[in-house]
Design a protein around this ligand. Structure first.
Ligand SMILES: Cc1cc2nc3c(=O)[nH]c(=O)nc-3n(C[C@H](O)[C@H](O)[C@H](O)COP(=O)(O)O)c2cc1C
Ligand code: SF4
Ligand code: SF4
Ligand code: SF4
Ligand code: FES
Length: 611
């Protein structure tokens, strides 16, 4: 049925009235499914049917963001209380069905009160996480449009079309202070205004869902868990700037997000919320997907538009900016997934409400994918201005296995590191830039004392060198040269003047590269050289890697006091360079050792030394 304003409203009220009983939610994003959520779902489904549990509704939902405890299952009681179970395999799912759902007795094992409560109890005080972008993820079934509509879905589009002029929308978004979440932090309202004010016979709305940063999966989770929020926002953008066509550029490696987007687009069209004459008005807007082949550079907006046009995705110089001259030369709004997902709620709750969250210059919330050496890795959403200390120690449970925090990399291969002295710096666009890092799109990799900063920096630079499109020399040649320098430092062949060379080339790359990929590629080494100069010097002068990660600098030896001659190391060594007889001291031939570390792991007597 195609809705009008009135029928949509009455349909929504009907949906509100229909909700009752116990709901069992199984997190079924790619992440949950990979961890075994389908088995948990099927077991629960069968048990609920076998036991004829009438008052229990089982549903799949998007990612809960509790990566460390997937598969995750939430049992939500009619009174609003809930229990979150983690690591739910089929056996545990069966017990949940029998003991909790049928028997009324929640289990005591595998219950994750924290940080689940930070997510599900949004009325708690103090509130550690504020769910705006992720408001529906882990709450609705993303494959059913009614579940979105029931939570005020498409009410913002309705409000824009019937109660606001395009100028009103631009003003509301501008006043909210919302800035682009794709990395650069450009004010969204101003971007929309440029496109709105540029006359053209055709304009376009594009969603950047390329998400190429290693360690970033915020956008995938939003698209898998709440695809309609992005569609609704794109339609609002279309109405605002006068565009009738939208494209979502999404990497083909995200098959589930693609499937759910396609389902959502088809449902929205059936309901008259996309397509011709939306909600019975004169406004028509359609959305198509374009699949990318997974090149990081195709996330850069001009390369992305070139790729949608059917050409090889390579950046072109700006200005003109896409807002004025974009897809096929027409004015084009291009925003990130997370930026769009915030739009409906900004319109519904108002710019004043939104701008009260966050800091002076960075409003609202930010979603981070926190990974690495962290106890509770996962997706979190916090108000801008939250400190790294709060994120690591209060929300994510601290550093895994009690080691010392060494640094956090934000902004992925374009960003820099945050060191312990900045644990209390509020995370916002300006503060991160001031300490040589950047907000980026939300990847946050936590490192501890066992991580080598040269090794990590080399990893990021290798990534940007691989992903460079090769169009301009500073990036193509500069990146490769810097990688070679880092590589030789990590192999104990560096020289002290290498540090100055890195700085000089890094400055040139920042100034002369054509696009953001080359301009920001030096950030990881510029930042680690600033904060970990001693570590660079130890690699260059002492030929030592304290973290033991640069394997060419390692030496394995056998402690004569501890070796009992069990032969385990000799049997494991892939190049047979350990000699020794049974029950006699074993010795490593250093000239043949390839530093694979097999002997170190094989020895049960702590006799093999690494150093
Ligand atoms: C190399 C490179 C990769 C990028 N990748 C992405 C990406 O995957 N997703 C994204 O939204 N923005 C990405 N950006 C930023 C986009 O160019 C653009 O600024 C963004 O899509 C604008 O949307 P926003 O204003 O909502 O942030 C990338 C930029 C560069 C230089
Ligand atoms: S900076 Fe790098 S990725 Fe960007 S255009 Fe130049 S070569 Fe291509
Ligand atoms: S590090 Fe590897 S190659 Fe070297 S002695 Fe041990 S097992 Fe053999
Ligand atoms: S495994 Fe350990 S104890 Fe056994 S021979 Fe090798 S060094 Fe000696
Ligand atoms: S649980 Fe979904 S991203 Fe981790």
């Amino acid at each position: 049925m195609k809705f009008t304003r009135d029928t949509l409203k009455s349909h929504r009220s009907g949906l509100h009235a229909a909700q009752a009983g116990t709901t069992v939610l199984v997190g079924m994003g790619t992440c949950g499914i990979a961890a075994g959520a389908k088995a948990a779902f099927q077991t629960l489904e069968k048990a609920i049917a076998d036991k004829k549990l009438k008052n229990v509704v089982l549903k799949k939902t998007g990612c809960l963001g509790l990566c460390f405890s997937e598969p995750t299952v939430e049992v939500k009681n009619a009174n609003g209380s809930s229990t979150v179970y983690g690591n739910v395999d089929a056996a545990l799912a069966e017990r949940i069905a029998v003991e909790h759902l049928a028997g009324g007795k929640p289990l005591t094992e595998n219950v994750y009160e924290q940080p689940a409560a930070d997510i599900f109890n949004q009325s708690a005080s103090p509130l550690k996480q504020t769910r705006i972008v992720l408001r529906n993820c882990a709450v609705i079934n993303p494959e059913i449009i009614d579940e979105y509509i029931a939570r005020d879905g498409y009410a913002a589009l309705e409000k824009a079309l019937f109660d606001m002029t395009p100028d009103d929308v631009v003003k509301e978004i501008t006043d909210s202070g919302l800035r682009g979440r794709g990395g650069a932090g450009f004010p969204t309202g101003r971007k929309w205004q440029f496109t709105k004010n540029t006359p053209a016979d055709q304009k376009y709305i594009v969603c950047n869902a390329d998400e190429g940063d290693p360690g970033a999966y915020m956008d995938r989770s939003v698209l898998e868990g709440d695809p309609h929020s992005v569609l609704e926002a794109m339609a609002i953008a279309g109405y605002t700037v006068g565009a009738s066509k939208g494209f979502i550029y999404i990497r083909a490696e995200y098959p589930l997000a693609i499937e759910r987007l396609n389902t959502a687009i088809a449902q929205a069209k059936q309901c008259g919320l996309l397509g011709e004459k939306i909600l019975g008005t004169e406004f028509s807007f359609d959305i198509e997907l374009r699949l990318g082949a997974g090149a990081f550079v195709c996330g850069e907006e001009t390369a992305l538009l070139t790729s949608i046009e059917g050409n090889r995705g390579m950046p072109v110089p700006r200005p003109p900016f896409p807002a004025v001259k974009g897809l096929w030369g027409k004015p084009t709004v291009i925003n990130n997934v997370e930026t769009y997902a915030a739009i409906p709620i900004v319109l519904l709750k108002g710019s004043k409400w939104f701008s009260r969250i966050g800091t002076e210059t960075s409003k609202g919330t930010k979603v981070f994918a926190v990974t690495g050496k962290i106890k509770n890795s996962g997706l979190i959403e916090v108000p801008m201005g939250t400190t790294l200390r709060e994120i690591i120690y209060n929300i994510c449970g601290g550093i895994a296995s009690g080691r010392q925090f060494k640094a956090a990399q934000t902004g992925g291969p374009s960003g820099g590191c945050i060191t312990p002295e900045f644990l209390d710096t509020p995370i916002d666009y300006e503060s991160l830039q001031a300490i040589g890092s950047m907000m980026g799109s939300g990847g946050m990799i936590i490192m501890d004392e066992d991580d080598c900063m040269i090794d990590v920096t080399k990893f990021y630079l290798e990534f940007t060198v691989d992903e460079s499109c090769g169009k301009c020399a500073p990036c193509r040649i500069g990146g490769r040269t810097c990688y070679n320098i880092l590589d030789r430092i990590s192999k104990g062949k560096g020289q002290l003047d290498d540090l100055q060379k890195l700085k000089d080339i890094g400055h040139a790359m920042r100034k002369a590269s054509l696009c953001g990929l080359g301009q920001t590629a030096p950030n990881p080494f510029m930042s680690t050289m600033k904060y970990f100069e001693e570590e660079y010097r130890a690699h260059i002068v002492d030929k030592k890697c304290a973290a033991g990660k640069c394997k060419e600098m390692l030496t394995y030896s056998i402690d004569a006091e501890k070796c009992v001659g069990c032969t385990a190391c000799a049997r494991r060594c892939p190049v047979s360079c350990i000699a020794g007889e049974v029950k006699k001291l074993h010795v490593i031939d250093q000239s043949k050792c390839i530093k694979c570390g097999q002997c170190f792991t094989a020895c049960k007597f702590d006799a093999v030394k690494k150093g």
